[in-house]
Design a protein around this ligand. Structure first.
Ligand SMILES: Cc1cc2nc3c(=O)[nH]c(=O)nc-3n(C[C@H](O)[C@H](O)[C@H](O)COP(=O)(O)O)c2cc1C
Length: 330
């Protein structure tokens, strides 16, 4: 019997105990398979990001997570860009769940199903959700613009109920959720679970530098801003890619380049070189610390298991207290 106070049909589909997905947190910084496995061990679904990873690194990451946990986990890819060699590496040792973001499923959904994995598609509009469900996605993650990393223009609060109405598969709410009230709200909107990124960046197991975790704990939501220059500098979407704009904590680099948009070709080249150099120096997080608006809700770095458990417990108490607003008592 599950000890979780919150259980939805999504838990049965994914083989998890609490409807909490730890989001992929990819980039040119250290990746933590300890974070992925800690979330899965706590009853959620940890996600391995493949962004900036070679096929060989991806194989090693999957093997490491399998060493650390027998529980389900996800492996994520995006279409910004999409590398077929990475897909081959993932499907050579198929994970329980494969997730795709920033672009349409196209033929990937069939390949993933043939390999025996469930397919979770992240979307940023209702239209993308309808097409992804028609293409065979098993779960849709509706991601609002509050989120850290790349997202669209529609907020989670507006997007999730529309996606719930538009598709027949379970919907996960993503973006802007960091505590039990967020999970409770997502369930009230008709979602069967949540996908959480920024909260897990500020976890003990995340391998990002402490300075980034400290910046998250000190930030207000308005400090997490859209990077208006991103299309000039970051990998472009490949075939089927969705329009999206990343969000990061405001830094002097972010402020100065946001102020210079639109960029001419010379400035764009200077911007790209600045970012490439920072990636080579392993300091890109100092320029572009991808982070969502929930930074304003996060004040402590805690172990992932504590975060998962508290979100589930607090969601249950939030839903119970919300019931007190009902005037018609049984
Ligand atoms: C540092 C960072 C890296 C991310 N990397 C990826 C990634 O590699 N693939 C992906 O699909 N989403 C990525 N995202 C988005 C998250 O997986 C997730 O959808 C988002 O953080 C959810 O919103 P939240 O930050 O408000 O919880 C990233 C987000 C952050 C903050």
């Amino acid at each position: 019997m599950s000890l979780s106070p919150i259980r939805t049909p999504l838990c049965d589909l994914l083989g998890i105990e609490v409807p909490i997905i730890g989001a992929p947190l990819g980039g040119p910084w250290d990746q933590s398979m300890e974070l992925v496995s800690a979330i899965s061990e706590a009853g959620g679904l940890g996600s391995i990001a493949t962004t900036f990873r070679s096929p060989e690194q991806v194989r090693q990451d999957i093997a490491r997570v399998r060493d650390l946990t027998d529980r389900p986990f996800a492996v994520n890819m995006t279409r910004r860009p999409f590398d077929p060699d990475v897909l081959a590496a993932v499907l050579a040792d198929p994970p329980p769940v494969f997730s795709l973001a920033l672009g349409a499923p196209l033929d990937v959904v069939d390949q993933v199903h043939r390999a025996g994995s469930l397919f979770l598609q992240q979307v940023m509009t209702v239209n993308q959700a309808v097409k992804s469900a028609a293409a065979g996605a098993d779960v849709i993650s509706a991601q609002g613009s509050e989120s850290g990393g790349f997202s669209g223009q529609v907020s989670t609060m507006a997007l999730v109920p529309q996606v719930v109405d538009a598709v027949d598969v379970p919907v996960v709410a993503s973006g802007g959720i960091a505590d039990g009230r967020g999970l409770a709200a997502a369930l009230a909107l008709g979602a069967q679970g949540v996908n959480i990124g920024t909260r897990f960046l500020a976890s003990a197991e995340a391998a990002i530098p402490d300075s980034w975790k400290e910046a998250i704990c000190a930030a207000q939501s308005e400090d997490a801003v859209k990077l208006l220059f991103a299309d000039h500098a970051l990998p472009a979407p490949t075939e089927g890619g969705y329009d999206s704009v990343p969000r990061a904590l405001r830094t002097s680099f972010v402020e100065s380049w946001n102020a210079r948009v639109p960029l001419g070709s010379e400035a764009a080249a200077e911007l790209r070189e600045g970012i490439q150099q920072a990636i080579r120096d392993h300091t890109s997080h100092e320029l572009l610390p991808l982070t969502g608006q929930t930074a304003g809700l996060i004040r402590d770095v805690e172990p992932a298991a504590v975060i998962v458990r508290r979100i589930a417990d607090d969601a249950a108490s939030t839903l119970t207290s919300a019931g007190h607003w009902l005037t018609a008592k049984a």
